[in-house]
Design a protein around this ligand. Structure first.
Ligand SMILES: Cc1cc2nc3c(=O)[nH]c(=O)nc-3n(C[C@H](O)[C@H](O)[C@H](O)COP(=O)(O)OP(=O)(O)OC[C@H]3O[C@@H](n4cnc5c(N)ncnc54)[C@H](O)[C@@H]3O)c2cc1C
Length: 284
């Protein structure tokens, strides 16, 4: 199928984008890398009257360390993140997760902001942002605001972005001493969206788990923190007993929806397998 006809414009500044969004309302869609949006147009799942191309807008690209934060511009591509020495050093969770996103050709074009704004529950960036306690920077006509990742994802493809707003960046706390990260996912083929995945981050000094955050992807309508499993790990020594108690607690934390290929029970089983792998990796 081909996309329905639409107008196209490429503004040069954020105020111009806000004017266009105000003028066209629900008929406008922002175009970043186009890796999800253009497919949805071609399938006629969406029929906007105008696409507003934000590529190249000032202040939205690149990555930089700003004191205790690493700021990732919404227009930074997955590939830039994957190859960034700053990400490897300060956000090893993202360095592990991003190679799981699609294929290199898609990672060359798809953007951090597009992935976060789309809010696919099986996407890697949202779960990593949740595990790492990132904030998202949102800009609109009235200025900027920051929303914690835990408040940003509101449901299936639903976010805290209001009409007329753009996501401009993510701000991630850089890795603290004594903390480690582990990412694991299971997909039918390399490059497919995950069936279930896990972004894990926590303190591991002294042979005990502390402040561990387990953020699952593909296990609900949005990225989810497994709070009971996290509580079960607090202060517990490395080893099978601690891992098994976290795995058991997942039954209270997660209620993954069955889909065409995988039942609820199978997803829960996979979530437990990934939890074991990630917790062993954190302790290694
Ligand atoms: C075959 C294939 C496999 C894929 N596999 C995976 C995968 O395994 N994991 C994964 O995470 N992703 C996967 N993707 C999606 C890919 O990561 C996309 O790059 C990403 O979802 C969207 O980024 P984009 O820059 O292409 O956004 P676009 O497609 O341009 O936009 C996506 C949506 O976000 C909105 N948007 C974009 N930028 C902003 C912004 N700054 N502010 C507000 N709204 C904005 C758009 O209006 C649109 O609604 C896959 C895609 C394909 C085609």
């Amino acid at each position: 199928m081909k996309a329905p006809s639409f107008a196209y414009t490429k503004p040069q500044s954020l105020p111009e984008v806000f004017d266009l969004l105000e003028r066209h309302g629900a008929g406008a869609r922002v175009l970043a890398g186009g890796q999800s949006l253009l497919a949805s147009l071609n399938l006629r799942l969406s029929a906007p009257e105008i696409l507003i191309d934000i590529a190249g807008l000032p202040g939205m690209s690149g990555l930089r360390v700003e004191g205790p934060l690493l700021r990732i511009g919404a227009l930074a591509t997955h590939r830039e993140i994957e190859q960034s020495p700053d990400v490897a050093r300060h956000l090893p969770l993202l360095a592990q997760a991003v190679p799981h996103i699609a294929h290199v050709a898609i990672r060359n074009v798809g953007t951090f902001g597009g992935s976060v704004a789309l809010a696919d529950p099986a996407a890697e960036h949202p779960a990593c942002a949740l595990a790492l306690g990132a904030n998202f920077v949102i800009a609109g006509r009235r200025g900027e605001r920051r929303v914690a990742a835990g408040d940003f994802f509101r449901g299936l493809y639903q976010t805290a972005l209001e009409p007329g707003e753009l996501l401009v960046a993510g701000e991630f706390p850089v890795l603290s001493p004594g903390y480690r990260s582990a990412f694991a996912e299971l997909a039918r083929r390399q490059g497919d969206y995950a069936i279930v995945g896990l972004a894990a981050h926590g303190r591991v000094d002294g042979g005990r788990y502390g402040d561990v955050r387990l953020a699952f992807l593909g296990a609900g309508d949005r990225p989810l923190l497994a709070r009971k499993a996290m509580a079960a790990l607090e202060g517990k020594p490395f080893g099978s007993a601690s891992i098994e108690s976290a795995q058991a607690a997942l039954g209270d934390d997660l209620d993954p929806p069955a889909d065409l290929t995988t039942s609820r029970e199978a997803k829960l089983h996979l979530a437990r397998v990934l939890t074991g792998r990630a917790l062993r990796a954190l302790a290694a």
